[in-house]
Design a binder for this molecule. Structure first.
Ligand code: GLC
Ligand code: GLC
Length: 798
């Protein structure tokens, strides 16, 4: 079985040893407002704050060869031209290694007695990428070599950059310093920002016009200047601005040369935009280069970044007998949760950064993965999300991060959305104990003057679902519930229409969702518990109302939502069952088994156990639980987008990893440790054996892995930005390892196979630090730890 890399847990890195991975294996840099995607061959791009509106580097999704465009360093050593990251020249290297770490990537290439090591990172507090390039002559003779840098600028709006060529090819503008190359397109008019690429010493040549550097009709792999050993010293006027420095270097035997490049972004206040007519104010760029432009300063910034991640990840550390579990918990799952929180679903190698904004439901779920790491940012995110709610409790399905305004193109009307605000807020308060967030005043649709407390927002969220029930007393689905592709009120036979926004069965829209029913019961119980906390002092009559609505829903589910062996999925617009043994296809769906199972609906009558058995029996395959089975074999107009996918992919019989944790949690709540563990291992990348088959990064969860009915089962897609990150974190930390944050402390209640024996968790919780050794004796049960600031070491037998 061909392997492309391995985990190096001691330094928290994944090490790629063959650059020709089956698909680009990427990493993310940045954790404030400057972000970068960097692949194992140095491909990718960066942006500040918003992947669509403030794109700094141009990137061609869908390009060939795949993953073209990035920050490329070219080396010319005699006749040989190569890149440390192998691409774009693809000259065979004597040695290649890419180490993706926490917020940094290090690429090392070696050829003909020359080693080039490039460390890429985004420093804390700096709106820039730092590239630390070290060239070492490992041979015995002096070497004269040349080094070129290269990036291609995006004209800011990543969308129009790919469309509006009649304008774009005339707007490009640059300025050239002796160390810094500036990109200032549109700065002359409304923009207050520019980008720059600087080096910490004066260059020997430069280019800022793409074709002058590459040569007409050439690709990145054959830049004419590099092959000629020259630079064009070109100044771009329109066309495609780029930035390339050239350095002519002499390396004594055994000696190294180090250069530091800073790729940065600057915003200037209106009164300080220009230093002379038409000339940009360069002082902030020079300062930024100055701040990181010596080895000592770059070292210090890199050490600070490492310290940041050590501090964060140190908040939850596991020692167990299962290395795959330890590396998932201690390193990669927490890291992926952070990245997903930052990016939402905007920028990955599957999300172009121009399509979707921040999702209302997605962002709320993402909180569950980071509340223990960055609670302050979680708090702000909750308030931002709540401000995109409408006064009637509905909400924009998405909002743009730059403006924080709701996205009108998609609008609202997704039946599940409001409940996720309760989910996110509960997760935040249980972790932090910060009830004061409930008193924050938050507007509706961002309209000043409409403010109500967050608690009121939660109440109207709950009411929005409670008051919008269909003929069976079950929640109306609207345009869709969690499953965006189950569009039961939007009938489309026109390929030019969107499935979700072509809502044409609004009159008496009747389709109902069992997934929302389960979510409503689970979140309703959580909401009642929150309202009953002494710090909230809610009106007891209101709390009773919430409990009664929950109990009515449980009754409705038992009466109209049980199919005999599992929970139904929905009722369609015509009141017909979906996800029933009566259906010809897709007789069973995962979402309702997960959510009704987590809500423990009918648990006493054995419904949850039966539903979980059915999930294993009908949905489980080698790589996880598929979403529905058997998958739809043809398009069913009344169901919407779901059956548009070929069998085994995405929402039609794919393993949608995001929802596997719901079943796993339900298994844990039912005390079925072996089932929970088996399902967990199947979707966890650390346990996956075949890197070629999986195709995408072996260190992060996928949104989707092709299911049993697919042409290529086990093939992963949509890695990185997925609710799977937060949900698997919640699953493993709270339900498998059993460390559950409560309003008044921690509850230790594991559900993990006995053979694991014992494990140790060190966990920061508010102002407390716990060192817990948990021994599995088989007796089971739980152990309560009342919150008390300070350090506590406990040995717990369960
Ligand atoms: C995607 C969306 C998410 C949705 C899921 C299922 O992951 O981001 O909002 O719930 O697909 O359709
Ligand atoms: C789901 C799919 C996603 C799609 C969206 C809207 O979220 O997973 O790929 O973009 O639905 O169709």
């Amino acid at each position: 079985m061909k392997q492309y890399g391995y985990f190096d847990d001691d330094v928290r890195e994944f090490v790629i040893t063959d650059p020709a991975t089956p698909w680009p294996w990427i990493n993310y840099l940045g954790c404030e407002d400057f972000f970068s995607l960097v692949s194992n061959t140095a491909g990718g791009y960066c942006f500040c704050k918003d992947a669509k509106f403030r794109r700094i580097l141009r990137y061609r999704y869908n390009g060939v060869p795949m993953d073209s465009g990035g920050r490329y360093y070219y080396i010319k050593d005699g006749d040989s031209v190569w890149n440390p990251g192998w691409k774009p020249c693809k000259t065979p290297l004597d040695r290649y290694e890419c180490r993706h770490g926490m917020g940094y990537t290090r690429i090392i290439g070696e050829k003909g007695g020359l080693r080039c090591e490039v460390l890429f990172f985004v420093p804390q507090g700096g709106r820039c990428e730092v590239h630390r390039v070290r060239l070492t002559n490992t041979g015995a003779a002096v070497k004269r070599v040349q080094l070129w840098s290269f990036v291609e600028w995006c004209l800011w709006n990543a969308s129009t950059d790919m469309e509006n060529f009649q304008r774009n090819l005339s707007t490009g503008e640059v300025e050239v310093g002796d160390r810094i190359l500036y990109h200032k397109t549109e700065y002359r008019e409304r923009r207050d920002h520019y980008a720059f690429f600087g080096a910490n010493r004066p260059f020997d040549g430069f280019d800022t016009d793409r074709e002058s550097f590459l040569g007409p009709y050439n690709g990145f792999d054959t830049p004419q200047q590099v092959f000629a050993g020259t630079s064009g010293n070109s100044v771009a006027h329109g066309w495609s601005p780029v930035a390339s420095h050239r350095f002519d270097l002499t390396l004594e035997a055994g000696k190294s040369e180090e250069l530091i490049f800073v790729l940065g972004y600057v915003e200037n206040p209106p009164e300080a935009k220009f230093s002379a007519p038409g000339i940009i104010n360069k002082a902030p760029a020079e300062e930024l280069l100055e701040a990181f432009g010596t080895p000592a300063k770059a070292d210090a910034a890199f050490a600070a970044l490492k310290g940041y991640w050590d501090g964060l990840l140190g908040r939850f550390q596991l020692e167990s007998a299962v290395p795959e579990l330890d590396r998932t918990v201690n390193i990669w799952n927490q890291y992926q949760c952070m990245v997903t929180f930052f990016m939402s679903r905007s920028a990955s190698y599957f999300e172009s950064g121009i399509g979707r904004g921040m999702g209302f439901r997605d962002s709320n779920q993402d909180l569950a993965g980071i509340v223990h790491l960055i609670p302050d940012r979680a708090r702000q995110r909750i308030l931002d999300i709540a401000a995109t709610q409408f006064p009637d409790g509905g909400c924009y399905h998405q909002y743009q991060p730059l403006t924080k305004r709701g996205n009108h193109d998609i609008g609202g009307g997704f039946g599940d959305d409001p409940l996720w605000l309760i989910f996110g807020t509960v997760a935040y308060i249980k972790e932090t104990g910060d009830f004061s967030i409930l008193e924050e005043k938050v507007p509706f649709d961002n309209q000043p003057g409409t403010e109500k407390t967050l608690l009121e927002h939660l109440k109207i969220s709950f009411a929005r679902v409670a008051d919008n029930l269909g003929p069976h007393g079950l929640p109306l689905i609207g345009r869709a519930d969690w499953n965006d592709c189950l569009n039961l009120n939007c009938f489309s036979d026109n390929p030019d229409e969107s499935f979700q926004t072509t809502e044409n069965k609004t009159e008496g829209s009747r389709a109902e969702s069992l997934m929302i029913a389960g979510l409503f019961v689970a979140e309703g119980k959580d909401f009642a518990e929150l309202l009953s906390q002494p710090a909230v002092s809610a009106d007891p009559a209101y709390v009773d109302e919430v409990r009664e609505a929950v109990s009515r829903m449980e009754t409705a589910v038992k009466q109209h939502g049980w199919d005999g062996e599992w929970f139904l999925r929905a009722y369609d617009y015509y009141g017909r069952k979906i996800g029933s043994s009566e259906n010809a296809e897709s007789k069973i769906f995962i979402e309702s088994q997960g959510w009704c199972g987590m809500a423990r609906i009918g648990a006493d009558e054995g419904l949850c156990d039966k539903a979980l058995d059915a999930a294993s029996k009908y949905l489980e395959c080698e790589y996880g639980l598929v979403l529905n089975a058997p998958a739809f074999s043809s398009y069913i107009k009344d169901y919407g987008e779901i059956s548009s996918y070929p069998q085994g992919y995405k929402e039609n019989g794919g393993i949608f990893c995001h929802n596997n944790p719901w079943v796993i949690i339900a298994e844990a709540m039912a005390g079925r440790a072996d089932d929970a563990w088996r399902h967990y291992c199947k979707i966890s990348p650390a346990f996956a054996k075949d890197q070629s088959l999986r195709k995408v990064e072996p260190y992060v969860f996928c949104q989707m892995v092709a299911g049993a009915e697919a042409a290529h089962p086990g093939e992963g897609k949509n890695s990185w930005l997925t609710g799977t990150a937060a949900w698997t974190w919640k699953t493993v930390s709270e339900f498998i390892l059993g460390i559950k944050p409560q309003y008044d402390g921690l509850l230790v209640e594991p559900c993990i196979p006995q053979h694991i024996g014992s494990y140790r968790v060190r966990r920061r919780f508010r102002e407390a630090e716990y060192d817990l050794t948990i021994r599995l004796t088989g007796k089971g049960g739980s152990f309560r730890i009342p919150y008390r600031p300070g350090f506590q070491a406990l040995e717990i037998e369960l």
